[in-house]
Design a protein around this ligand. Structure first.
Ligand code: TRP
Length: 331
């Protein structure tokens, strides 16, 4: 029996190359080795976008197109929509007895996000509780593994805690403690040199960007600000053009040579960037093509996600039943 994986995204916009190297590329590999479930977390997305439901709704389709474009196979992976699986919300309510407000307020992911969103003084309860709801996502399918980056790792830990406490309290083995699956984390900085790529930072290269948009962005990529002439010795560290070369350029010899010449002051930014564009377009070109194809398949992709949601509901109903039995609320 293949081990089961649960992973997901909040639909709040189009995906960018940070997502590609952070999770998408890995999912394409994982779908062959594991039974993979991919969650479109639209209810979670509403916890900090409840006043903008149109954006969340539209982003579902964008997300499905992005999945298709990078090679997620809707036959191999079960893609599903959170709001279609009512059992997740039910599990969430039952789990909420097993964590304290104080514990959630110490959760590092929540702390960071509240600070980023300026919600420390006035915290919507829905957002505050999302770690518990997210545990519901994971436990609803009995997942063995949850692929995570560093920033979401505390979420898996808190899910394990909740499952253990539930089982211990009722002397049952109903909930399955998942493990975090750490990949090789590849950090993708923004084109402006910011350590993180993010929509609100306006520094993204999207999977849906046209060739022209890609070219224009590559030519704007942050390099070495101290370097004025192509003959000045340049710095590689923190130089986004070279970070991207390392990520995208398959011709490692070319990259090494460019780095040497850059440090020696014998190559200009323009040549580095022109070669970078070629390397990036080689990877992103085929994704762009498939994404264009996906635009015409939106209805079909949504239909498949709804079929996936039904399948997940059935699995989750079994878990809910056992939980209710344990809590003596099954009639
Ligand atoms: N919180 C995740 C994010 O912001 C998305 C998500 C929702 C998720 N439920 C999940 C990830 C369950 C892993 C498992 O990216």
């Amino acid at each position: 029996m293949k081990k089961r994986i649960l992973t997901g995204d909040r639909p709040t916009g189009k995906l960018h190359i940070g997502h590609y190297f952070g999770s998408l590329q890995n999912r394409v590999k994982l779908q062959d080795e594991y039974e993979q479930f991919i969650l479109v977390a639209n209810v979670q997305a509403l916890t900090d976008n409840f006043d903008n439901p149109g954006k969340v709704r539209e982003s579902i389709l964008e997300l499905l197109c992005d999945y298709y474009a990078v090679g997620i196979d809707f036959e191999k992976s079960t893609v599903f929509i959170q709001s279609e699986v009512k059992q997740i919300h039910e599990i969430f309510v039952y789990l909420s007895n097993f964590v304290t407000v104080q514990q959630i307020s110490h959760n590092p992911t929540i702390k960071t996000e509240l600070a980023q969103k300026g919600m420390e003084e006035s915290t919507p309860l829905g957002f505050f509780m999302y770690p518990v709801h997210q545990a519901g996502d994971i436990l609803a399918v009995n997942a063995d593994l949850v692929p995570v980056g560093k920033d979401q790792a505390p979420m898996v830990e808190s899910c394990r805690d909740l499952a253990r406490k539930f089982n211990d309290t009722y002397g049952v083995k109903v909930l399955h403690e998942p493990q975090a699956l750490f990949g090789v984390e590849k950090n993708v900085p923004g084109i402006d040199g910011n350590a993180k790529m993010g929509k609100s930072l306006n520094n993204c290269i999207y999977l849906s960007d046209s060739e022209e948009e890609l070219k224009a962005k590559v030519m704007k990529v942050y390099t070495d600000p101290k370097r004025i002439h192509a003959t000045d010795p340049g710095t590689i560290e923190g130089n986004v053009a070279f970070v991207y070369h390392d990520l995208f350029n398959e011709n490692k010899e070319e990259v090494e040579e460019l780095k040497k010449r850059y440090m020696a002051g014998t190559v200009g930014d323009v040549e580095v960037k022109e070669k970078l564009f070629v390397a990036m377009n080689k990877v992103l070109g085929p994704i762009r093509e498939k994404r264009r194809e996906a635009e015409g398949l939106k209805d079909d992709l949504l239909k498949r996600a709804l079929v996936g949601s039904k399948k997940v509901s059935e699995i989750a109903e079994g878990i809910v039943d056992q939980m209710k039995e344990a809590m003596k609320i099954k009639f």
